[in-house]
Ligand binder design. Structure first.
Ligand code: AMP
Length: 249
């Protein structure tokens, strides 16, 4: 069984993102970039399935600038066998990424297609769903557990107020949620080994996908600054302020 995992290079989750002065974008110059955390979970799940003898090959794929190679090397160090970088310099929106991933899926014919549930930079939560629709494949989104059956995969989904189990025919699209697993810490020897693993580069043009944007972001803005809080001495003072200053009661 072959698994494909989509990994995106995003601003590291520890970085406080700043908006450019003209509001045209967020400033990512000299900012630490890493693999999208949900994609790390997706890679980990594929690697665990390989270690359990259920998956035989893992292909990691990323769409992005040349430096996205770094997140592919991380995926290789975690245990992916080979990687494909679809080089694209423009910021790529979910539908375009889904089309590019579909082109790779058509070529690679994986049984399991793992993505993160969402990219922490745009918070779109769209790519997996769009990819499943384009492939006319089943989708197990917000996966908290993945079990392989005969010719199918069972995905336990994290939904509001509980869990839902779906059985999907293969090939299937699975998007990883936070509790699916805890990704491994990558050790130095694995990083060294990963440098020797194959990484193929391609372009949207090679894959026959038009990347012309359909969405225009008109403005980015910082959230409004909140004024500092104060301490009050008594419940009466609190009620008075809520009534007469905040005017909320
Ligand atoms: P989104 O729909 O943008 O929130 O992204 C959901 C998931 O799609 C991510 O967690 C990735 O697995 C995948 N994805 C999105 N953009 C890219 C990209 N540029 N390259 C590779 N995978 C991506």
């Amino acid at each position: 069984m072959k698994a494909l995992v989509a990994v995106k290079r995003v601003v590291d989750y520890n970085v406080k993102v700043r908006v450019k002065a003209d509001g045209s974008n967020v400033d990512i110059d000299n900012v630490k970039m890493s693999m999208n955390p949900f994609d790390e979970i997706a890679v980990e799940e594929a690697v665990r399935l390989k270690e359990a003898g259920k998956v035989t090959e893992i292909v990691a794929v990323s769409v992005g600038v040349a430096k996205a190679e770094e997140v592919l090397r991380t995926a290789l160090a975690m245990g992916a066998d080979r990687a494909i970088l679809i080089e694209d310099t423009a910021t790529t929106e979910p539908l375009t990424v889904a089309k590019l991933l579909k082109a790779v899926v058509d070529k690679e014919q994986p049984d399991l297609i793992f993505l993160g549930k969402q990219a922490i930079d745009n918070d779109a939560n769209q790519t997996g769903q769009m990819l499943a629709a384009l492939l006319n494949a089943g989708q197990g989104t917000f996966a908290g557990k993945v079990e392989i059956g005969a010719g199918e995969v069972e995905v336990t989904r994290e939904i509001d107020g509980g869990l839902e189990k779906v059985a999907l025919k293969l090939p299937a699209v699975i998007t990883a949620d936070l509790r699916l697993n805890e990704p491994r810490f990558v050790k130095l020897p694995n990083i060294m080994q990963a440098k020797k693993k194959p990484l193929e580069k391609t372009t949207p043009a090679d894959l026959g996908v038009n990347t012309a944007p359909r969405i225009t972001v008109t403005q980015y803005a910082e959230p409004k600054k909140r004024s500092a809080g104060i301490k009050v001495d008594s419940v009466a003072a609190l009620v008075d302020k809520l009534k007469n200053e905040a005017k909320v009661i």
